[in-house]
Ligand binder design. Structure first.
Ligand SMILES: C[S@@+](CC[C@H](N)C(=O)[O-])C[C@H]1O[C@@H](n2cnc3c(N)ncnc32)[C@H](O)[C@@H]1O
Length: 226
C-alpha cells in the first residue's frame, strides 16, 4: 500500500499548502495557523465526504476558499458582531472566526446536514466565538443582527440584498464576496438596495499584498435612521 497523495482529491486528506500559500496563511492567521490547518483538514475529509464541497476543490482549499474568505476580516472593526448568511462549509464564517478571535460570528445555514457538520467543526476546533443557527436568513430578521453581514455564493445581489440588509445594524455593512460580476450585480440591485435602507454600494478588494488574487467584495453601508 502506498501513502495517499495529499494533492490528489481522489485519495482524501488535507492538501499541502504551496510555499506561497504558507506565507499568506502565516500572514493571515498568525498564531492561529494550526486552527486554520485543522479547518482545512475537516474540509478535505468529512467536508468532502458529506458533500459540503466538491472533491475538485481539495487542491485549492487554501487559496480559493480559506484564505480568500479570511482576508475580508481586514474590512471589519475590532470586537464586532458578524452574521454569515448561507455559511455552507463555513465560508466565509469559520475562516473569519479563526483569523479574528475578537469577532463574534453567527453562522446562518438552513440545511441540517451542513449545520451538523458546522457544529462538529466549531466544537472540535474550540471556536468559542461562533454560534451556529439552523435557519434561512429571512427567518432570523428581527431576532439576529450584526455590525457586518457576510455572504459568499448564496444568491445574486438582487435577492441577497433582501436577506442581508435587514440583518445589519444601522451604521453596519453588508460584505458580499463576489467575482467579476460584482459591478454588474450592483447595477441590477441598486433600486432594491435603496428601498431596503442600504447606502451607496461599492466594490472593494481585500488581501492585496497577501493573496495572489485579492478578494472582490461588494460593500453596502446600512444607513442610520435620520
Ligand atoms: C452554494 S452554497 C455556498 C456556501 C458557502 N457560503 C461557500 O461559499 O462555500 C449556498 C448556501 O446558502 C444556503 N442558503 C440558501 N438559501 C439561503 C437562505 N435563504 N438563507 C440562508 N442560507 C441560505 C444553502 O443552504 C447553502 O449552504
Amino acid at each position: 500500500m502506498t501513502d495517499a497523495d495529499p494533492q490528489d482529491p481522489s485519495t482524501g486528506g488535507a492538501p499541502e499548502a504551496t510555499a506561497e500559500e504558507q506565507v499568506a496563511a502565516k500572514a493571515v492567521f498568525g498564531d492561529r495557523l494550526d486552527i486554520a490547518r485543522g479547518f482545512v483538514e475537516y474540509l478535505a475529509t468529512s467536508g468532502i465526504e458529506r458533500g459540503l464541497l466538491g472533491p475538485r476543490e481539495v487542491p485549492r482549499l487554501w487559496s480559493r476558499h480559506v484564505l480568500n474568505c479570511a482576508v475580508i476580516a481586514d474590512l471589519m472593526s475590532q470586537d464586532s458582531t458578524v452574521v454569515d448568511v448561507g455559511s455552507g462549509a463555513g465560508l466565509p464564517g469559520l475562516a473569519i472566526a479563526i483569523a479574528r478571535p475578537d469577532l463574534q460570528l453567527h453562522l446562518v445555514e438552513p440545511l441540517e446536514r451542513r449545520v451538523i457538520w458546522l457544529s462538529e467543526v466549531v466544537e472540535a476546533l474550540a471556536l468559542g466565538n461562533v454560534t451556529v443557527h439552523r435557519a434561512r436568513a429571512e427567518q432570523v430578521i428581527g431576532t439576529l443582527s450584526g455590525d457586518y453581514v457576510t455572504a459568499r455564493a448564496v444568491s445574486a445581489l438582487t435577492t441577497l440584498a433582501g436577506w442581508t440588509l435587514p440583518l445589519a445594524v444601522p451604521g453596519g455593512e453588508v460584505l458580499a464576496i463576489k467575482g467579476r460580476s460584482a459591478g454588474e450585480e450592483i447595477e441590477k440591485a441598486r433600486k432594491v438596495i435603496r428601498k431596503l435602507g442600504g447606502g451607496t454600494p461599492e466594490v472593494v478588494t481585500a488581501g492585496q499584498g497577501v493573496l495572489q488574487e485579492p478578494t472582490t467584495v461588494v460593500r453596502i453601508p446600512v444607513r442610520s435612521p435620520a
